[in-house]
Design a protein around this ligand. Structure first.
Ligand code: BES
Ligand code: MN
Ligand code: ZN
Length: 486
């Protein structure tokens, strides 16, 4: 879709004008369309409630053919969250009617920030316009030839709105690329494929270096926890490292994504019902890819190292057994209680490996625990961290980007659940209590030397429509904020 600014409503011909209408209020400005709204109110008993959206065809105005009215509800109740829902409704009204030239007027609303509105129209439209049809022989793609015009009445705002358009385009494209990778089936999307996609979409240049740790290298340095997960897979494990360096003086922010391209559970096998979902167990890695794509296009003046910890948790005669003890890269020994708690095993070795980068902050993103979906449900990311300031920054980025995150406590009371009789720790608790917290407790053994946050996205990363691209917007906002403070 194309996005443009329109400073003069009478300049162009539009197939459709999209108007946001408050409940029971008629705009007191004198736009020509007021008479149509009045008509609609009479004829259709249109009230302008939320989710009350109608089309008025053939209005025979000089330059507008059709009118879409989007109900915005009560004026005093309108807030940004509700507005995002209004934008979503707008998208489906346009899609249903397949209009190609659309003028959007939003300057009549009490949310005044035109940058915010423009940015979120684009981000939301692109999000819902997404579909993954690469594997369908018959492509029924919605034609992408729409032209969206935002009416901006003050020309001097154009620069700022153009910035909103450009930023939103970059961010929504990064999210799209991440969702595409995440939705790719596990017989194709293995570690090597992920590496190939990254090399294709993020090009090496002065600021970006892409490299990886392969099986040989992992063996050499002792990443036995990581390797134990991949033992029965015929695909080589790769920890893909994207080094974005735009500020030599600063310590790097390190982002780590869990990239299990398929999680059978291993010997502690998962039930077959919904096992196919476990192709999404690389959502953390695909998010990190999206984030690195975005910040490299936004050219943020910051150092970020993204690490995609890719492996596959399969089963055969070589599989790691429940009861095995392995020595991690940190030299700590781990007794494997459950081979389905594999994410923390690949992560713990990466969390040790990155000490050498002397990180400023470390954030890992992982579909780590089913318990996360139980405790916070499908719309809220979980945050656990060893640093108050980092927590504050992530939470405020979540509010600004309108994506939910909620902090769970990382109290050391539950460390006792990880005590092992024969090794330093167990890989998981044997009680079902507080699974998201005990998983983070496990990781916290390996993150003592730096400020670290763990984001569990097991609930949010995908839904019945596939990958959601969570929590890319939060982390991008977090990085933009860091960049702006400098
Ligand atoms: N990838 C799963 C977690 C998961 C479950 C993500 C459902 C998305 C939806 C993870 O590897 C896992 O299997 N975790 C176990 C841990 C348990 C064995 C301690 C779980 O949550 O059951
Ligand atoms: Mn698992
Ligand atoms: Zn998993």
């Amino acid at each position: 879709m194309k996005y443009n600014i329109e400073n003069n409503i009478n300049n162009n011909k539009y197939e459709c004008l999209l108007l946001n209408i408050y409940q029971n209020i008629i705009d007191n400005n004198n736009f020509f369309y007021n008479k149509y709204i009045l008509k609609a109110k009479k004829k259709y008993n249109y009230k302008g409630k939320i989710n009350e959206n109608i089309i008025i065809n053939n209005i025979n105005n000089n330059n507008i053919d059709n009118l879409i009215l989007i109900g915005c509800g009560k004026k005093e109740k309108l807030n940004k969250k509700i507005f995002l829902n209004i934008i979503k409704n707008s998208f489906y009204m346009i899609k249903k009617n397949n209009y190609k030239n659309i003028l959007i007027i939003f300057n009549n609303l009490n949310i005044k920030n035109n940058y915010w509105k423009t940015f979120n129209y684009i981000n939301t439209f692109e999000y819902y316009n997404y579909n993954f049809n690469k594997f369908k022989t018959k492509k029924y793609n919605l034609k992408n030839n729409k032209n969206i015009y935002f009416y901006i009445n003050k020309k001097k705002e154009n620069n700022n709105i153009n910035l909103a358009i450009n930023n939103a385009k970059i961010i929504s494209l990064g999210i799209k690329k991440s969702r595409d990778l995440c939705n790719t089936p596990p017989n194709i999307c293995n570690s090597k494929y992920i590496y190939k996609i990254i090399k294709k979409n993020i090009k090496n240049n002065n600021n970006i270096k892409i490299s990886y740790l392969n099986k040989k290298k992992m063996k050499e340095i002792g990443m036995n926890a990581y390797l134990s997960v991949n033992k029965s897979s015929s695909n080589e494990p790769l920890a893909i490292i994207i080094n974005y360096n735009k500020n030599n003086k600063e310590k790097p922010i390190i982002l780590i994504g869990k990239g299990i391209t398929f999680d059978t559970g291993g010997i502690s096998i998962k039930p077959s019902n919904k096992m196919w979902d476990m192709k999404y167990d690389m959502s953390g890695a695909s998010s990190v890819y999206g984030i690195l794509y975005i910040i490299s296009k936004l050219k943020l003046n910051i150092n970020v190292i993204g690490i995609l910890a890719c492996a596959e948790n399969m089963i055969d005669k070589n599989s790691t057994r429940p009861g095995d003890v392995i020595k991690t890269l940190s030299k700590k020994t781990v007794e494997i209680i459950n081979t389905d708690a594999e994410g923390r095993l690949i992560l713990c070795d990466i969390l040790s490996y990155i000490n050498k980068f002397n990180p400023y902050y470390v954030i890992d993103i992982a579909t780590l625990t089913g318990a996360c979906l139980i405790s916070l449900g499908p719309k809220i990311n979980a945050l656990l961290t060893n640093n108050k300031k980092l927590s504050k920054k992530i939470i405020s980025a979540s509010k600004e980007s309108m994506n939910n995150i909620w902090e769970l406590p990382l109290f050391n009371e539950y460390n006792k659940y990880l005590k092992s009789n024969i090794a330093d720790i167990k890989n998981c608790s044997e009680t079902p209590y507080a699974g998201t917290i005990t998983a983070a407790c496990f990781l916290s053994y390996f993150t003592k030397k730096y400020k670290w946050a763990h984001i569990d996205i097991a609930g949010t990363a995908y839904n019945k429509n596939g990958s959601t691209g969570q929590p890319i917007c939060i982390i991008v906002q977090f990085l933009i904020n860091l960049f702006n403070k400098k």
